[in-house]
Design a protein around this ligand. Structure first.
Ligand code: ATP
Ligand code: MG
Length: 550
């Protein structure tokens, strides 16, 4: 049985024959068109597709084999059956070579004709099915390779913005539209990225998400707009020359997390294939988005854990730091107070020196803690006045010399260096801290240099450099965090609290300056900071430290 009425074109110049064959075929349910010349036949074929063409091999205006080639050129699918007289069997064979399905000799048996036709149509149907399968296979291949590309470009990064940008370019390319965009729901549904969207349209979408997209997000169903003029919500796209749009929800584990959309400049009917592809790409993007979110959560949890463990370590250190000098002071004082022991002058002095030294140490510690809490509270005052750097250094020279007793401290400040605007006391503390660090991490007898210059930004750049163990590149930012101490670093006799550099940074930032370190591991460290150059009109007004971003 035939699924639908097949149409057949019969071409022959014998009108009686045409009439007979028409009757035979009609009875079997075929729709029959007849032509008595090649010219007529070509005209018919140009108008209409015939499943079968039955051609007489000798026609008045053209050879049948010629007509065969022309008809198959117009519709390669047509099943062609040639009719021959005895004399033209050779021609019929040629026809087979040119693509005819069969040839029949006249006069022919109607039953035979009908069975040949059925075979031909079967073959045609099979060929079509194969073609369809092939096309489906090709389409599936295309989709797989697009998905692979999207997921590969999305997987290259955990940075959400990069993922979105890379994926959207692929989306637009694979659906063959000019623009693609992505909305994600965080606190609300918002535009997270776009590719090729006209600037005013992108701005409009960033400002407020059109209701039609919110609906896609909420209901989890795609929306297709074949003609944007019909959709008032998309008037802003219409104004930019877009004609069609499609939108699918981004789903992960059955939950909608956003919307993936495309817009094109031609009227277009989006096929189910397009929507399937868009949905599949959306799934890849949703997974990448989810991965990146999980990664972010994990990183911030890790950062918190790090800070927490630094605090714990700090508490352990601080009690050690407080107890050690206290023990020395207590021990020395108790010894001196023993009623039954007479110490000679030398020993008495040694006890007193220990008490003095460790009282200083305690005082410095308390001072550091106080500074840190002021920095955290934003209540650190800096009294900015014009000062000559050389004077600031002179003010702390004794302290520096006693700290760097076992090192060579060099001060290399150009005579003509303009004055800085700074709190001399606080900058003295910064220098003391930096020099103390240098002594802790550089061998006895090495050189520690304090130098200064005016840099390209018209700021005064002051550096403390040493010849010690240096600081690996990856830790150069971290050491400025409060509590941070480099593990296994060669330390002096005190353990320290990891507050020194955090305090330095706080002080320098309160001056509007910057502090950093340059170091190649093993080749010493050079800590530098900047201070503003004094202009004549500077006021002597105290300032509150604003920055406490430690
Ligand atoms: P505190 O200064 O509170 O007594 P600390 O010296 O350990 O303790 P910071 O001054 O903040 O803390 O320094 C942080 C870390 O940076 C130090 O533990 C050390 O590992 C590293 N560091 C600082 N200065 C140098 C330097 N000149 N050379 C090598 N490493 C240094
Ligand atoms: Mg220190």
């Amino acid at each position: 049985m035939m699924e639908d009425k097949k149409s057949i074109l019969v071409v022959d110049d014998e009108l009686d024959f045409l009439a007979v064959i028409r009757r035979i075929l009609k009875v079997k349910g075929y729709e029959v068109t007849t032509a008595s010349s090649a010219g007529d036949a070509i005209a018919c074929a140009q108008e209409h597709f015939y499943s079968v063409a039955i051609l007489d091999i000798s026609l008045p205006d053209m050879a049948g084999t010629e007509l065969l080639s022309i008809l198959l050129k117009i519709h390669p699918d047509t099943v062609a059956v040639m009719l021959t007289g005895h004399s033209s069997v050779q021609n019929a064979v040629t026809s087979l070579n040119r693509g005819a399905f069969a040839y029949l000799e006249k006069p022919m048996d109607p039953e035979h004709l009908l069975s040949v036709l059925e075979q031909g149509l079967d073959k045609q149907r099979l060929a079509r099915e194969n073609q369809k399968l092939l096309a489906e296979l090709e389409e599936r291949n295309r989709i797989t390779s697009i998905l692979l590309e999207v997921s590969q470009s999305a997987a290259k990064s955990l940075d959400l913005r990069q993922i979105i940008e890379a994926s959207l370019a692929k989306v637009a390319g694979s659906i063959a539209v000019e623009s693609a965009f992505l909305l994600l729901f965080e606190e609300r549904l918002a535009l997270k990225g776009q590719h090729g969207l006209a600037a005013p349209a992108a701005a409009k979408m960033a400002e407020a998400v059109p209701a039609i997209f919110s609906k896609v997000y909420q209901e989890g169903e795609p929306v297709l707009v074949d003609d944007i003029a019909d959709e008032p919500d998309l008037a802003f796209l219409d104004r930019e020359g877009y004609r069609s749009a499609a939108c699918v929800p981004l789903m992960i584990l059955g939950e909608s997390i956003g919307v993936l959309g495309v817009a094109g400049s031609s009227l277009r009917h989006f096929s189910t294939g397009d929507i399937g592809l868009l949905t599949a790409i959306g799934r890849e993007i949703a997974i990448a988005v989810q991965n990146s979110r999980l990664y972010e959560q994990a990183s911030s949890a890790r950062a918190l854990r790090e800070l927490d463990s630094m605090r714990t370590e700090f508490l352990a250190n601080i009690s050690h730091e407080l107890r050690t000098p206290l023990a020395v002071i207590k021990g020395s004082a108790s010894s001196l107070l023993q009623p039954d022991v007479e110490f000679d002058e030398m020993t008495r002095r040694e006890f007193l020196q220990s008490i003095d030294k460790d009282a200083d140490r305690l005082s410095r510690l308390v001072n550091d803690l106080l500074m840190m809490s002021r920095l955290e509270a934003g209540t650190l005052t800096v009294v900015k006045k014009p000062h000559r750097l050389a004077d600031i250094i002179s003010g702390v020279k004794d302290r520096l010399d006693s700290i760097a007793l076992r090192h060579h401290l060099r001060v290399d400040i150009p005579e003509e260096l303009p004055p800085v605007v700074a709190d001399d006391g606080r900058i003295g503390e910064v220098l003391t801290n930096l020099v103390e660090n240098a002594t802790k991490h550089a061998e006895t007898g090495t050189v520690i240099t304090i130098s200064a210059c005016v840099n390209e930004g018209r700021k005064i750049e002051i550096s403390v450099s040493d010849e010690g163990i240096g600081i690996p590149e990856e830790l150069q930012q971290k050491i400025f965090q409060r509590f941070y101490q480099v593990e296994n670093s060669k330390r002096g006799n005190r353990k320290g609290t990891g507050l020194g550099l955090a305090i330095c940074r706080g002080i320098i930032e309160a001056h509007g300056g910057r502090i950093w370190v340059a170091s190649a591991s093993g080749k010493g460290a050079k800590f530098s900071f900047t201070l503003p150059v004094s202009e004549a009109a500077d006021k002597d007004k105290p300032d509150l430290a604003q920055a406490n971003t430690m």
